[in-house]
Design a protein around this ligand. Sequence first.
Ligand code: FAD
Ligand code: NAI
Length: 475
Amino acid sequence: MSKNFDVIVIGGGPGGYIAAIRAAQLGFNTACIDEWKNDKGGPAPGGTCTNVGCIPSKALLQSSEHFEHANKHFAEHGITASDVKIDVAKMLGRKDAVVKQNNDGILYLFKKNKVSFFHGRGSFVKAADGGYEIKVAGKEEETITGKHIIVATGSNARALPGAPFDEKTVLSNDGALRVGAVPKKLVLIGSGVIGLEMGSVWRRLGADVTILEGLPTFLGAVDEQIAKEAKKAFDKQGLKIELGVKVGEVKSDDAGVSIAYVNAKGESQLLQADKMIVSIGRVPNTIGLNAEAVGLKLDERGAIVVDDECKTSLPNVWAVGDVVRGPMLAHKAEEEGVAVAERIAGQHGHVNFNTIPWVIYTSPEIAWVGRTEQQLKADGVAYKAGTFPFLANGRARALGDTTGMVKFLADAKTDEILGVHIVGPMASELISEAVVAMEFKASAEDIARICHAHPSLSEATKEAALAVDKRTLNF
Ligand code: FAD
Ligand code: NAI
């Protein structure tokens, strides 16, 4: 195996492995180094996303949704399912199998694209011969050199001050995906994306779930009308969300955890729980990269400083994904990885930050792209809004899932779509149409004039576009 590469990617998450594949497709001799280990100590490329993030969380969301359907919704279809039980070990086993399929898939893709994979920790040694020397510390230690380095080392969960993760009682996203039995009482700190997704999983399986959120507003980054609708649905499901709290002392042992906090009214409270999941955001990860050896510049948050093109402070060193600024999303990391590989090849790789979709995979799902109504107001943009409820959509009625709506925001003068916000069934899939429309600078009328299949949830998208001009047909 050649030890001199055109491109070395450090980190094999969605940012890194995709960058490596694209670089190899463009004809570069490419290596990817990733240190993630599976339970047997073998390689498990795919990063946070594959191992303890997007993929396993969606597997558990699916299993728990089936359980909830069997328990609560089968009856309305005339199906009797008595004595429905959850075998948590089996559910976790299925989740692990899904993760492994993805790990193996990436190893296969590396082979297919002739990417040299190194299992171990990659760290900078020094600049050398117009490139960089990188040490790989795996089972053995070796040094490889690369002309271009792409750093894609991801992020780690942020711990609550004074309550380090023990992954038994005080859990990060990692432990949250491995809880071996349904806890009676579960507390989550932070009602962001992980709080809502993991809170939903364990509530559906029978846990009494409370989420403590520091901010006074629920899902502040989401369009207010959509966030309000989602909150109503979560309240109805029995997911207890307390806003505006200040978490104080946390005491934990193997048996459980007690959390002192002050609620929004200023009253001191104490919660006892079997487990606590801390989901208060993530911090960029450069541990073990030896960034100092080459003078790679980090900002005060520990993120690698990059420009709009993902160039770092060092020549031919690039960084992508969670370890740099911008939303911590797998698809954002992937897009940056592709763009960087193309820039190395002299092409014009591009990432449009205005059209990166967000999805929260709860039930109802929440998805959006572009600006919210409150952002447009703050930006002083004149806009028109159109909404359409799933209650008036035939497919949603047939599915038995009529919560929520599609909302369009369009420029008052030009009708260009400025934002689309969805809360409801399959919002994660429906949002793609809005992303495509915004990429092509479509107007609301463009969507309103397009033939959408009947009966489909996407008709709610068309109707919301029609609503911008106050001419819905079915509502
Ligand atoms: P990572 O995926 O973190 O990968 C970094 C990799 O680099 C890791 O394998 C790490 O071991 C390796 N590494 C680090 N340092 C070194 C080193 N020095 N040498 C070698 N290897 C190293 N995003 C979505 O878009 N959709 C979702 O549904 C979603 N769900 C999520 C659910 C949870 C519970 C969590 C925690 C996150 C979720 N995310 C989701 C966010 C998503 O996982 C991240 O945005 C994404 O993984 C970032 O990709 P990355 O390549 O930048 O980093
Ligand atoms: P988050 O940023 O989504 O939410 C963190 C929440 O915790 C915020 O509401 C914040 O106000 C609150 N908070 C912060 N400190 C607090 C404190 N001390 N006490 C109480 N509340 C506090 O972060 P989260 O949920 O940890 O997820 C991390 C990131 O992972 C997400 O931002 C997202 O980028 C990614 N992710 C994406 C998913 C998706 O795309 N579906 C799913 C899960 C994670």
